[in-house]
Design a protein around this ligand. Structure first.
Ligand code: HEC
Ligand code: HEC
Length: 229
């Protein structure tokens, strides 16, 4: 009896230690929020159809470029990679699609934050018939790109730091996050900011970086529209 209780106690503490580790390492809820950036082009529902990109149900450990519904549409670059999507490979692909598979059709700028990528992969792994155990080789806690998910209220992605510096000089960056505009509307708005509101013209290459950042992360689909505070 004592022995049985002891076993029970051990297994409970092992399980809770594992859960604590997982919860600390990756936040699935945040991953779901990050996935909104992907859902413009990807469905992750079971039996969901392909959109601009292939369906991502069960993507962790799935053979690369193997969605039947997407056959004939994959780039030669991605088809040439071979093997299965490990958690690490997904992380590298999402960090910089072109560096991972030069010539890929995935028109996504990249997700700089290691923590966001870790959270995203935890979410993707949950979108599966058979979630797997995996460990990322890069620890988000000690990664160079660790840190708060956002820059001020701006979504962390390439160009966010620059945009923050230019656009929070006169007003809170929050009014930027509340807009959802096309690229040409962002360009018009910045002209208006220069012509009517006294903003200094932003020089290249910064101008393009800011416009890319704004139109990618604050487009008309409003993937990063602020919901809290
Ligand atoms: C603008 C559209 C777009 C966005 C945004 C986008 N993707 Fe993609 N994705 C694609 C396309 C197109 C492909 C096919 C690429 C190819 O064939 O080279 C793809 C392929 C993939 C693949 C490979 C799937 C397979 O079957 O091998 C993964 C994994 C993936 N995307 C994950 C993501 C994640 C995660 C995000 C969000 C962080 C994201 N994508 C954002 C368009 C997009
Ligand atoms: C030199 C000061 C200044 C800088 C720098 C500046 N803005 Fe503004 N911005 C203003 C002023 C002033 C207003 C308010 C206009 C009003 O409400 O009458 C404004 C308003 C806005 C609005 C709200 C527009 C609306 O009425 O719906 C947005 C969005 C915006 N700015 C984006 C930006 C972005 C993006 C940047 C960086 C590229 C930026 N601003 C940099 C001065 C500035």
């Amino acid at each position: 009896m004592i022995f049985k209780n002891l076993l029970k106690l051990i297994s409970i503490s092992v399980v809770s230690a594992l859960m604590a580790f997982t919860a600390q390492a990756a936040d699935i809820e945040n991953g779901k929020v990050i996935f909104q950036q992907c859902s413009i082009c990807h469905n992750s529902a079971k039996d969901g159809s392909a959109k601009v990109g292939p369906n991502l149900w069960g993507i962790v450990n799935r053979a690369i470029a193997s969605d039947d519904d997407y056959k004939g549409r994959y780039s030669a670059a991605l088809q040439g990679v071979g093997g299965k999507w490990s958690a690490d490979q997904i992380s590298r692909f999402v960090e910089s699609p072109q560096s991972f598979a030069n010539g890929t059709y995935m028109g996504f700028a990249g997700l700089a934050s290691a923590q966001d990528r870790a959270d995203l992969i935890a979410y993707l792994n949950s979108q599966s018939d058979a979630p797997i155990d995996y460990q990322l080789s890069e620890d988000p806690q000690t990664s160079k790109t660790a840190g708060p998910a956002n820059i001020g209220k701006l979504f962390r992605a390439p160009g966010a730091e620059k945009t923050f510096i230019y656009c929070s000089a006169c007003h809170s960056e929050r009014i930027v996050t509340q807009q959802g505009l096309t690229k040409s509307d962002w360009q018009e708005l910045l002209e208006w900011m220069v012509d009517e509101q006294g903003m200094d013209e932003i020089e290249e290459p910064d101008y393009s970086a800011v416009i890319e950042y704004l139109s990618t992360n604050y487009g008309t689909d409003r993937p990063n529209f602020p919901t809290k505070n």
